[in-house]
Write a protein that binds this ligand. Structure first.
Ligand SMILES: *Cc1c(COP(=O)(O)O)cnc(C)c1O
Length: 369
């Protein structure tokens, strides 16, 4: 089976785990501190970084740290993993679904503007498939209405936005390092911001709200006499996960080059009559996944045909406004895409010969009618 996505792991990750075993402390400590330092060097020296246990936790803590809670609203594009919606509703705030641009899958800024109310506190754009769409428009809208911007950058780690690594600019940027993202920690996430208060708050909230416990943990100690002022969570990253992430970060440029090269191969071979691509700038993204658009009458049978030929595909994503918990109206583009979308395999273990086989099998399907 050709998997739709997969982590790219080697002996370096295994050695990193062994190092933590030899040290003997698997929880949050020195490895996490070093991973945060290395991420900072990678992204930009004027940002602050807090690593957490998942990308969902990163979004949840970012939202809470902005003081967002019951009675508040956060606008999120409907076309995202349910994690973005769950992270917001976890604070007691209401996620408001907005529509997406058909060509990019990115937040439709005009629709987001229509959905702003006096209760709106933040916009949460999603870097769908690694693209940045009209992110500049999102920031302009946020500025006009005095809103925070929490970027769900789960798909775009190591990409470039406005000439800098994603995360180097912007308000609050959340990454995921789950087992299929651009780099993995096994499970993990990070919140990146230049706002020192937000960073300090997240560092407390990830350790059950225990004030200033992070610095103690980095030096192998912990707080015994402390204060807690608000609800926190057990969301810190472990040394094991950080060690895997550190090994992955060293390989990121090679991973990105491989993913871009595979997409160039798809471009060369893909049946352009029947397959439409999203408009995502390959020169600046580190592409996380490869969703395409197919005639909705053919989509499900194409998926089944590929499955018969041992090619795994998927749908990214079921629009959240169609889920019972988040049921809302008026996201027509997200619904159109839901009928057309098909995600083709993309990961660093894929070979050009796999892309050749996938594109040939797709062409065969359409020739047979
Ligand atoms: C993966 C993902 C998340 C959540 O990250 P986890 O680390 O899996 O919790 C959030 N948003 C999007 C768009 C994602 O793809």
């Amino acid at each position: 089976m050709i998997k739709i996505s997969q982590a790219c792991l080697g002996v370096e990750e295994r050695e990193a785990i062994d190092r933590v075993f030899a040290d003997g402390y698997l929880g949050m400590g020195k490895e996490v501190m070093l991973f945060e330092t290395e991420l900072k060097a990678f992204i930009g020296n004027d940002v602050e970084i807090a690593c957490v246990n998942t990308g969902t936790s990163a979004l949840h803590l970012a939202t809470q740290a902005c003081g967002i809670g019951p009675g508040d609203e956060v606008i999120i594009p409907s076309l995202t993993y349910v994690a973005s919606f769950q992270a917001v509703s976890a604070t007691g705030a209401t996620p408001i679904a907005c529509d997406v641009d058909l060509s990019t899958g990115f937040m439709d800024v005009e629709d987001a503007a229509r959905k702003i109310t006096p209760r709106t506190k933040a916009l949460m754009p999603v870097h769908y498939a690694g693209g940045f769409g009209d992110l500049a428009g999102v920031y302009e809208l946020a500025k006009r209405h005095n809103l925070r911007v929490i970027e769900d950058a789960a798909h775009s780690f190591s990409g470039y936005y406005q000439g800098q690594r994603v995360g180097a600019t912007g308000d609050i940027i959340c990454f995921s390092f789950d087992s299929i993202k651009n780099i993995t920690c096994g499970e993990g996430g990070a919140v990146v911001t230049k706002d020192k208060k937000i960073n300090a708050k997240i560092k407390d909230l990830r350790l059950l709200g225990v004030e200033k416990d992070s610095d103690k943990r980095y030096s192998g100690q912990r707080s015994w006499d402390f204060d807690v002022t608000e609800q926190g969570w057990r969301y810190h990253m472990s040394n094991i996960n950080a060690a895997i992430g550190r090994a992955q970060l060293k390989k990121i440029d090679r991973f990105a080059a491989t993913r871009r090269q595979l997409l160039t191969e798809y471009d060369r071979l893909l049946d352009t009559k029947n397959i439409e691509q999203f408009q995502i700038d390959r020169n600046i993204t580190d592409p996380h996944m490869f969703p395409v658009k197919v005639n909705p009458d053919k989509r499900d049978s194409l998926k089944a045909y590929l499955q018969e030929h041992s090619i795994e595909t998927g749908f990214h994503y079921k629009p959240n406004h169609l889920l019972t918990k988040y049921s809302q109206k008026n996201c027509p583009n997200a619904e159109t895409l839901w009928g057309q979308m098909l995600t083709l395999p993309l990961h660093c273990n894929l070979k050009n010969s796999d892309v050749e086989f996938i594109t040939k099998t797709i062409a065969e399907f359409f020739e047979k009618g």
